[in-house]
Design a protein around this ligand. Structure first.
Ligand code: 1YM
Length: 295
């Protein structure tokens, strides 16, 4: 669990910290236009896989927050018109305003490529993402994106992509005003991100519930104890799904071996950390001739 806030977070919250950057910390800050110009470099393809990659990026940020010990639920909803909502019940993205730039952490995370990695505690890669790095990519490739942070009060911000009035050049992920503290008191906590992928970027903007369900189920197996829910509001009678596996990989192996003849009841399970790298595996033999290895 991360116990200390990084120097950058403290600065964003206007608490002065004395630090000096090393050469390793200096990152080239590209504009979001670079993402729109070459989406494949950031999300692989502009087909269905790339489209779903947007969802994985935001979900991974929620998983990171859960792995840091602050969240235990992630909810994913496909709304009508292929809008996606992802939320977690963690600390909420930092809402403090940076003293020098006058810009909130939320705005920086959403508009500066690689900002999450730079701000977010040292860059120890835990889930598929790297705390916030992908969020700006999702913003760049969305028609619009809205962030809500629930932290004592409700904070909101919206971004849009549209052609420049004079040049006609497409502008990506432009803030529609700064982060606003609505003043509305809330008991809820966490981050809520809602976005509509840009149909001028993707070959298809239709989300596939089967793909999302499979991924969320795998993430629930890989991250034991986290509850992940899914709902497809486009379909009238679709049932909401909920995944939570307290046995983690052990439950995954049991699931993979369902309907097969296991040679012993309890899967073999090993978990070890060395040089900051966590390795986990689970094995269960069956009487089938073919083996199945999932990594
Ligand atoms: C639905 C997506 O993005 N949740 C989220 C993101 C962050 C935090 C909490 C967070 C992290 C830290 C401190 C920290 C992010 N923070 C950053 C950055 N959910 C989602 N929840 N306080 C809050 O890592 O120290 C990037 S993402 F850069 F500010 F650290």
């Amino acid at each position: 669990m991360r116990e200390e806030k990084s120097a950058e977070i403290l600065e964003m919250e206007n608490i002065h910290v004395d630090h000096s950057y090393t050469a390793d910390d200096i990152q080239v800050l590209e504009g979001l236009e670079a993402v729109r110009k070459r989406p494949g470099m950031y999300i692989g393809t502009t087909g269905a896989r790339g489209l779903h990659h947007l969802v994985w990026e935001i979900v991974d940020n929620g998983i990171d927050e859960a792995l840091a010990g602050y969240a235990d639920e992630i909810d994913v909803v496909i709304e009508k018109d292929n809008v996606i909502c992802v939320s977690d019940n963690g600390r909420g993205m930092p809402v403090g305003i940076h003293e020098k730039t006058g810009i909130s952490a939320v705005e920086t995370i959403m508009t500066v490529l690689h900002a999450g990695g730079k701000f977010g505690g040292g860059g120890y890669k835990v889930s598929g993402g790297l705390h916030g790095v992908g969020a700006s990519v999702v913003n760049a490739l969305s028609e619009w994106l809205r962030v809500e942070v629930y932290h004592k009060t409700v904070h909101k911000m919206e971004f849009r992509s549209y052609p420049d009035e004079k040049t006609g050049k497409m502008l990506s992920g432009i803030p529609q005003g700064h982060l606003v503290d609505t003043g509305e008191k809330t008991e809820k906590k966490g981050t809520f991100i809602r976005f509509k992928p840009d149909k001028t970027v993707f070959e298809t903007v239709i989300f596939q519930p089967d793909l999302i369900l499979r991924r969320l189920k795998e993430l629930a197996f890989l991250n034991k104890g986290i509850t992940i829910t899914f709902e497809d509001e486009r379909r009238a009678n679709a049932r909401p799904a909920e995944f939570r596996y307290d046995g983690g990989l052990i439950d995954f192996v049991r699931y993979l071996n369902e309907g097969k003849n296991a040679l012993y009841a309890d899967p073999l399970y090993v978990s070890a950390v060395k040089d900051d790298i966590l390795v986990e595996f689970a094995i269960q033999h069956t009487d089938t001739y073919t083996e199945s290895v999932v990594s």
